[in-house]
Each structure stands twice: as structure tokens, then as C-alpha cells.
Ligand binder design. Structure first.
Ligand SMILES: *Cc1c(COP(=O)(O)O)cnc(C)c1O
Length: 364
């Protein structure tokens, strides 16, 4: 039985006529940049997920960049983040000339370890970028306590965590700014690039709205330095079609995760932790095994697709070599990178496919 790591065609074929009708309407109205579709999406997104307001942007990297701009990070400032994430989590820090400082993760959740975070704070630290990796919320109480103690600006990278909550609060509005990605492979994926920005603080939302459109509130008047971070109309239209399905897709991901957690019985395998402070939306289901590469080969022989997310932590990437954090400096993240393997988890998987993955792992 074939189990692809991810198959986007199933979801898109199921929504084909509805999606194409929405895209056609946007095309015919020439609503190409921001406009009604994006405004509708922003309102629906905020209402559906429990945010006071939201801003559509043109990628998941964009709101991270915008958040670093409006936080006022700059040369000489340090911003602490996790080394075990997609590279974008750190890009915004670099774009504004500040310095990323990587603090190690917890082994169980793959998220920032609050103790290591606290140890990484210096007099130059200005902010924290928390990532809710794989859809699992990070330990926000402890992280916010560190932030308050040192007066730090907290950005939550929720690219993988749309719909996740921490002690009942949706991720993204616990800190000062929250960011989302609608890259096609994310839990809520566009038909192209997209992202969103949220904040519980209205003045921050307003600043992000101005930065999104060239630092402007009125056309051709630019009060602050901004950029072009606009969401396009097609993404707004498509995401409006998909949004009502998100809760069902999330529930299906959680059911698949529960099946994996209950069924996988292999010596030396480490399953992802699911602590009760957070409700994960399982963007990935990532296990660890000391013979990870052999396990992947075994699963490939059983026609099961897997992926390495992530094979190299950020402090060991060439682009950050100048930061001088070599191998051995962040051992938990390095251990995760060396032993992790992500299993298929997308809403259209059947129980039979999930059981095939479980049985194949258990016979390794
Ligand atoms: C996908 C992702 C991003 C960036 O999103 P893009 O839409 O690809 O720019 C940022 N952070 C994390 C953790 C991601 O997974």
C-alpha cells in the first residue's frame, strides 16, 4: 500500500469547482492586490480562530520581517530563537541587522527550552521569537515570564500552528505579535504564497498594517519605512474557500496522531510529547530513532514516504557560520536533527494507510 508523505492533489481536487469559481470571480473583478477577498479572509480568519483582528500578507516570512521591523530590532540587538525550525524563523532578525541568538530546545516537544532561553539573555537582548514547531505550542508561561523580567518583545511564529492553543488561548496573541504561513504544504495552504499577522495590541496591528503597504496610511504619503507585504486577491479568495474546512482537517490530523501514538510500539523510538498545556494541530508527526536512516529505508521499502524535518539546525547552517556556534554547542537540537524522521500526516490519509505505517514501523 502506497502512503505518500504528502499529497496536495486530493484536497485540491475535492474543492476544485468551488475554488475555481472563487478565483474566477476575483479575476473578473480584477481584485488582484488586497481588496475585498483579502478583507473577507482577514475577518473570517480572525473570527474562526479567535483573534481580535488579522492582516493578510504575501508569505509567512513577510509577517516575521514586519514584526522585527515594528519591534525596532536593529544592529547590536540580540533576538533569541530556537535553532530547530525552518530558516525563516530567524530571517527577520537578520533582515533588520540584529543578531540571532540560538537557545537549545526540549527533547520532547522540539520547542524552545525556557531554562536555556533564560540563560541566553544578555544586556543586548531585545526580543524572543518563539516557534510552535510541528503545531505543538511552546511553554508560553515560562517564556513570557522571561520576557517580562527583561522587557522583551515576543514574536510567535505560528506558521505550523494555525488553530493550536496554549491553555485555551490561541497561539499568536500570547506574545506581542503572531505570524502565520499559508504556503501550500501548511495546515491551511493557499494556491501560492501567503501569510498573516496578528496582535492583541491594536497599536502594533496598526503599525504592521502601515508597514505592509510601504509605511503608508494614505497613498503616496509615507510616515514610516515599510515595504510591500500585501496578500494578493487570489490567495484571499482561495483561503476563504478553505477556511471553513480547517477545523475538520485539524481534527483529522489529531485523530491520525492519536492513532500513531497508540499504535507505534518499537524499541528505542521516541514519540512526540503532547503535554496538556497545549493543543497541537500536528503539522508534522515527528518521531526519533537512533537508527533513523535505516528506519527510513525500511519504510521506503514498504512504499511509505517520510521526510527529514529538519536535518540541519540553524546554528550549523553556512549562512550563520559567522555567529560562531559550532557542532556540540546546542546538543539537544543537534540530537533531534540526527535522529528525527517525520511520518505522513495529512487529513486525506485513510486509517488503513495510517495502520500500514504503524505496522511497518513496528516490524522494523
Ligand atoms: C513555513 C514556515 C515559515 C515561512 O513561511 P513561508 O510562507 O514559506 O515564507 C516560517 N516559519 C516556519 C516555522 C515555517 O514552517
Amino acid at each position: 500500500m502506497k502512503v505518500p508523505f504528502l499529497d496536495l492533489s486530493l484536497q485540491h481536487q475535492a474543492l476544485r469547482s468551488e475554488a475555481l469559481a472563487a478565483l474566477t470571480a476575483t479575476y473578473d473583478a480584477t481584485r488582484f492586490c488586497l481588496g475585498k477577498d483579502v478583507e473577507d479572509f482577514e475577518r473570517n480568519f480572525a473570527a474562526t480562530l479567535g483573534y481580535p483582528r488579522a492582516l493578510g500578507m504575501n508569505s509567512g516570512t513577510a509577517p516575521l520581517h514586519v514584526a522585527c521591523m515594528l519591534a525596532g530590532f536593529g544592529p547590536g540587538d540580540e533576538v533569541v530563537t530556537t535553532p530547530f525550525t525552518f530558516i525563516s524563523s530567524a530571517w527577520g532578525i537578520s533582515y533588520v541587522g540584529a543578531t540571532p541568538v540560538f537557545a537549545d530546545i526540549e527533547a520532547g516537544t522540539f520547542n524552545l527550552d525556557p531554562v536555556k532561553l533564560a540563560a541566553a539573555i544578555t544586556p543586548r537582548t531585545k526580543g524572543i521569537i518563539v516557534v510552535h514547531l510541528f503545531g505543538q505550542p511552546a511553554r508560553m508561561d515560562e517564556i513570557m515570564a522571561v520576557a517580562r523580567q527583561h522587557n522583551l518583545f515576543v514574536i510567535e511564529d505560528c506558521a505550523q500552528a494555525v488553530g493550536a492553543s496554549y491553555r485555551g488561548t490561541p497561539v499568536g496573541i500570547i506574545g506581542d505579535a503572531g505570524t502565520f504561513s499559508f504556503y501550500p504544504t501548511k495546515n491551511l495552504g493557499g494556491c501560492g504564497e501567503g501569510g498573516a499577522f496578528v496582535s492583541r495590541r491594536e497599536e502594533i496591528h496598526t503599525r504592521a498594517r502601515h508597514i505592509r503597504v510601504h509605511g503608508s496610511d494614505r497613498r503616496y504619503y509615507h510616515d514610516i519605512v515599510g515595504g510591500n507585504f500585501r496578500m494578493d486577491g487570489f490567495q484571499g479568495a482561495l483561503l476563504n474557500v478553505k477556511l471553513p474546512h480547517l477545523a475538520g482537517w485539524t481534527a483529522r490530523r489529531q485523530a491520525i496522531a492519536a492513532r500513531y501514538l497508540a499504535g507505534i510500539r518499537l524499541a528505542d523510538v521516541i514519540l512526540p510529547a503532547s503535554p496538556d498545556y497545549g493543543r497541537s494541530v500536528y503539522h508534522q508527526f515527528t518521531i526519533r530513532h537512533p537508527r533513523r536512516d535505516a528506519l527510513r529505508e525500511h519504510l521506503a521499502k514498504h512504499e511509505i514516504g517520510t521526510d527529514l524535518i529538519y536535518p540541519v539546525p540553524l546554528h550549523l547552517q553556512k549562512c550563520y557560520a559567522a555567529l560562531g556556534r559550532g557542532p556540540g554547542s546546542l546538543p539537544v537540537a543537534e540530537g533531534a536533527a540526527a535522529t528525527c524522521v517525520s511520518l505522513p500526516i495529512f487529513p486525506e490519509l485513510t486509517d488503513a494507510q495510517v495502520d500500514h505505517v504503524i505496522q511497518s514501523i513496528n516490524t522494523f
